[in-house]
Design a protein around this ligand. Sequence first.
Ligand code: HEC
Length: 111
Amino acid sequence: MAVLGMLLLAGLPLLGLAPAWTAASGGSDLGRETYVQTCALCHAKGTANAPRLGNREEWQARIARGRPELLRSVLKGKGAMPPKGGNASLSDRQAAAALDYLLSQFEEAHR
Ligand code: HEC
């Protein structure tokens, strides 16, 4: 049965039925998951005045400062945002992946 399951999973992309977790749209799965679990709390709706996901106006000036500086803000905190969005259990890699997911919503942030 396990073999059959694996064959089915392997065959899904061929059928154009890629499961949602393999969606290729922007950022890694790790980044999207971390965003959803930690960052969306503020960045989905602009809670505490956080710049909203995908909102070009709110992100443009920040993106222009470059990824390294944004990553520093994520890791160390900035204004009302605590370090790693308040989730100290996140690894630096998870936090960076979540940042890349945020940035992947804008073409001009692509490098
Ligand atoms: C508690 C609410 C909150 C959470 C959770 C949160 N943020 Fe933020 N974030 C903010 C606020 C508020 C700002 C604006 C800070 C400022 O510029 O004063 C911000 C700003 C940012 C910026 C721009 C920083 C800069 O230098 O301009 C990035 C990038 C960012 N957040 C990424 C993330 C990521 C990635 C996560 C998840 C790991 C996250 N945030 C979780 C509230 C939050």
